[in-house]
Design a protein around this ligand. Sequence first.
Ligand SMILES: *[C@@H]1O[C@H](CO)[C@@H](O)[C@H](O)[C@H]1NC(C)=O
Ligand SMILES: *[C@@H]1O[C@H](CO)[C@@H](O)[C@H](O)[C@H]1NC(C)=O
Ligand SMILES: *[C@@H]1O[C@H](CO)[C@@H](O)[C@H](O)[C@H]1NC(C)=O
Ligand SMILES: CC(=O)N[C@H]1CO[C@H](CO)[C@@H](O)[C@@H]1O
Length: 617
Amino acid sequence: MPGPIALLAAGLAGSAYLSARFSLEQDLLFLRISAAATFHLLRAERADQLNIFYILEQHAQHKTTASRPFLLFEGKSYTYWETYQIVLKYGAWLRARHGVKEKDIVAVNFQNSDMFIFLWLGLWAIGAKPAFINYNLAGAPLTHSLRVSTAKLALVDPQVADALTDQVRSDLPGVQFVVMTEEVDAEARKTDPVREPNPVRSESGRLNMALLIYTSGTTGLPKPALVSWGKVYGGTAMAAKGTGLKPADVLYTCMPLYHASAAMLGVCNVLFTGATLAIGRKFSTKTFWKDVRESNATVIQYVDQVTGENFDKKHRVRLAVGNGLRPDVWNRFKERFGIETIFEFYAATEGAGAAWNLSRNDLSAGAIGQFGALSRAISGGYRTAVVRLDYETELPWRDSKTGLCQRVKTGEAGEFLIRLPDDDIREKFQGYYGDSAATNAKVLRNVFRNGDAWFRSGDVLRWDSNGLLFFADRIGDTFRWKSENVSTAEVAQVLGMHPAVHEANVYGVELPHHDGRAGCVAIAFNSSHPNPELLASLANHVQKTLPRYAAPLFLRVVKEMALQNTGTNKLQKNVLQQQGVNPAKVEGDLLFWLRDGTYVPFTGSDWTKLQQGGVKL
Ligand SMILES: *[C@@H]1O[C@H](CO)[C@@H](O)[C@H](O)[C@H]1NC(C)=O
Ligand SMILES: *[C@@H]1O[C@H](CO)[C@@H](O)[C@H](O)[C@H]1NC(C)=O
Ligand SMILES: *[C@@H]1O[C@H](CO)[C@@H](O)[C@H](O)[C@H]1NC(C)=O
Ligand SMILES: CC(=O)N[C@H]1CO[C@H](CO)[C@@H](O)[C@@H]1O
C-alpha cells in the first residue's frame, strides 16, 4: 500500500467542496486504510516483527485482552492467553517431534477447526510457513498440490485422511504424513510450551513468504500463491478498517479457512483487532443461522447459499462481509435478515490490489467496489484500468498499429488490470511459488506505453458513472453462439429468479456440426424431480427474459451443486464443459433440451442424430 496517496489525501481532505462533489467518504476510507496498513507494516518491519505471531503475543500478554475469547468452535471457547499457550505447545511439539525448523514449509490439510488454527499459528510461532491444502482434494490434484508446496511434512485432519491413499503416499515418497488423531493431539498438547527466541522468526523484508494459499481457478490444477507478510498486513488492514471491526465484535465464518477470504477477512482480521472469531466446520444451510445466533456473532462472512430456513431476525448481526452476492439476492438478503450493512469486496489471493464498497442502499446493490473521483484520479486511473478484451483470444485487445491496449468507456465491460511497478513487479505481486511460467502469464507488459507492467485479474468488470465497480464475468465465462456473446453470469442470474431454481451454473458446450458453443446449464431444482409443468414454466421464463441466442438449449439436472470441487461458490465449469451433453458422459444426470418452446428429455438417440448432422439447432 503506497504512501504518496495518503499524503496527497491529507493535503486535499480539508477542501469542503470535495466531499459534496466526490464520494469522499469512500475515498477517505480507502486512504485511511492505505495509511494504516503502511504505518503498521513499517513499524513491524523496523522492529523485525513482521510475523503475525507477535500480534497474538501482544494480546495474550495485555491485561485487557488476555482473558477475552479469541476462538469459538463447536461449543469450545479459547481466550487469547489460552490460545497463546496452546500455540506455543504445538510449535514446540512440531520442532521437537518432527524437526520443523524456521522457514520450513509444512502442508496443512484441514477442515475448519480449532486445531487448524492452532497448527497454523504454531508454525508461525517457530518461524515455519504453512501451505493450506484444499481438504476436498483427492488423487492427482491432491498429489499435485502437496508436491508443488515442496513440504516434507503434511499435517492432516482425521476427517479427510481417507484421501491419503497408497497411491498418493507412493507418489510422494519424500513426504511424511501426520494424521492429527486424538492421541497425536494429546501428545502435542502435553508438550511444554516454549517461546522460541525472536531470531527464529526474523524476516529480511515484507516480501518474504508468510504462507502459501492455493488459487482455485476454473481451469487447471491449483496453484500456490505466495502470500507475503506485506500482503497479510495490507489485506487485513482493508478488512479491519472496512468492516470497522471492534474488539467487542464476534465474527462468524464457515467459509473454508484454506482460502484467502476467510484466512484474511476472518482469522487475521480478528487477530489484528483483538476481537472474537467463531468458526463453523463447513457451510451447512441447517446450522448456519443457529451457529450465528449461538456465537452471538455481530459480523458474518456470507456465502451465497445462505438461506432463511428456520430463521427470524433474532440475531445480533450488524454487518455481512463477502464477495459474489448477486444483485438479485442482495436486497432480499438484507431485508429478510434485517442486516444493516453489507461489505462486498473484490480481491484475488495473488492479486495486487482490492476494491470494496460498504453498502446500505439499493443504488450500490451488488457493486464490488467504488472509487470516488478523487481516488480514481490519483489511484484508480493510475493504479487500475479496465481494458477492452478480445473474446476470441481471451486476451486484452491490442491496436494493430501501436500494439497497445485500450481503456473501455464508462459503462463498458473489460478486463480489470492492476498496475505493477515496471522494474520490480515483486513489490506488488509475489507470484506463484516455484512456477515462473504461471507467474509471468499473469503479468501483461506494454499496455499503455512500452515497458509498463500490469497484473491481469482475469475478471471482466464494468464501472458506472458513479464510480461503482461491478463484476461482469470471469474471462472464459463468456461463450459465443450464433455469433453472439453470451455472458454465463447474466444467464445464471435470470435462471436464479425462477422460484423453483435452487442453483444454476451456466456454460457453453461444443456440439457436433455446430459453430461456437451452445448454452447448457447444470441446474439444481428445489425438488428432485422436475415435472413437465415445471420444465414448461422454466422454458417460458428464459425465453421471455433472455434473447433467443442466450436461452440455454440444454439442462443438466444435478442434485446438489458440485461445491466440493473448490469449496467456494465458484463452481468448476471445466469439468462440466468437457463432459458436454453426451448422455454417456454425464454421470447419470438427467438431460433435457429446448424443443418447441419447452424442455423435453434429451436421449442417446437424439445425441446420435446430432452426431450424424440430422439436427440443426
Ligand atoms: C451469547 O449471549 C448469551 C446472552 O447474553 C449468553 O448467555 C451466551 O453465553 C453467549 N454465548 C457465547 C458463545 O458467548
Ligand atoms: C462479441 O465479442 C467479439 C470479440 O470481442 C466482438 O468482436 C463482437 O463485436 C462481439 N459481438 C457482439 C454482438 O457484441
Ligand atoms: C419450489 O418451486 C415452486 C415452483 O415450482 C414454488 O412454488 C415453491 O415455492 C418452491 N419451494 C421452495 C421451498 O422454494
Ligand atoms: C461507505 C461508503 O462510502 N459506501 C458507499 C457505497 O456506495 C454507495 C452508492 O454510491 C454510497 O451511497 C455509499 O455511501
